[in-house]
Design a binder for this molecule. Structure first.
Ligand SMILES: [Zn+2]
Length: 268
């Protein structure tokens, strides 16, 4: 599933389309439209003024009062290709033609993602937690959202109302980097551990963005190219692999309904 670094990578690769005018928008399936405050066809003739990200959402700002919000779900891709190139991929559900020689393709085999045509996207973001790469994501904030919570720290990291954009990959990687067991109650973390964890979260997210995200199966950037952070993963998906620090075989547990990989020796 695309998480913050993958969505940010897509955003950056699509930035060259800022300023372009939408010539046409076509749907092959309309059930990917999860919300519409206005007719999708009214974006025709509008400029793409900005492309932003909030958590795992990509936000295309059009004329004032018109935004197109894209969520990639489990298997979604949103990428550009030459206007004249044939669309050979399957599961393409939306095609946006631009006046700069490109078209934007939305593809999603499992259709857990979708698009929203909203007048004000803040209505879906107002209850979302802070952005982990923003200055507002401080030790004190992390301490506050963990305080007195009995829930596993791993589960808390995945809660989008607490922190925006972290999923299974980066929760496992950040907890390994911070040497904290994923099943520890969030409220049991000491101030020094909170500090380590906040640093680790920022570090792994930034490192992944630098490698243009993690591609296991589906993720592609805005040019439809794979990311490279999978080469640098320490624990996520490493069933039966030895810990890169101590050599002990990593443990796999289900925590809060999600499979989690960690080292029983290195993480306390
Ligand atoms: Zn270890």
């Amino acid at each position: 599933m695309p998480e913050l670094p993958e969505v940010e990578t897509i955003r950056r690769s699509l930035l060259e389309n800022v300023g372009a005018v939408i010539k046409d928008i076509k749907f092959r399936r309309t059930d990917i439209i999860k919300a519409q405050d206005y007719e999708p066809a009214s974006v025709i003739g509008q400029h793409i003024r900005e492309i932003r990200r909030r958590g795992k959402y990509l936000i295309m700002e059009l004329e004032p009062g018109y935004t197109l919000v894209v969520h990639l779900g489990m298997t979604g891709r949103f990428y550009m290709q030459d206007e004249n190139a044939e669309i050979s991929a399957s599961h393409v559900h939306m095609v946006i033609s631009l006046d700069n020689g490109y078209k934007l393709i939305y593809l999603d085999p499992r259709r857990f993602g979708g698009v929203r045509f909203l007048t004000d996207p803040e209505c879906i973001f107002c209850r979302m937690g802070r952005e982990p790469l923003s200055p507002e994501f401080t030790d004190r904030y992390l301490q506050e959202i963990c305080r007195d919570r009995k829930v596993a720290i791993k589960t808390l990291l995945l809660n989008q109302h607490c922190i925006a954009g972290i999923g299974n990959i980066y929760a496992d990687e950040a907890l390994f980097d911070a040497r904290i067991r994923p099943d520890r109650p969030a409220g049991s973390l000491r101030p020094a551990e909170i500090k380590r964890l906040r640093k680790a979260i920022v570090k792994v997210l930034q490192a992944s963005i630098n490698q243009r995200g993690t591609t296991f199966r589906d993720f592609r950037d805005g040019y439809n190219k794979s990311g490279e952070f999978q080469e640098l993963l320490q624990v996520y998906g490493k069933t039966d692999c030895p810990c890169k620090i101590c050599g002990q075989i990593l443990k796999k547990d289900v925590i809060g309904g999600r499979s989690s990989h960690y080292c029983e020796h290195c993480q306390k």
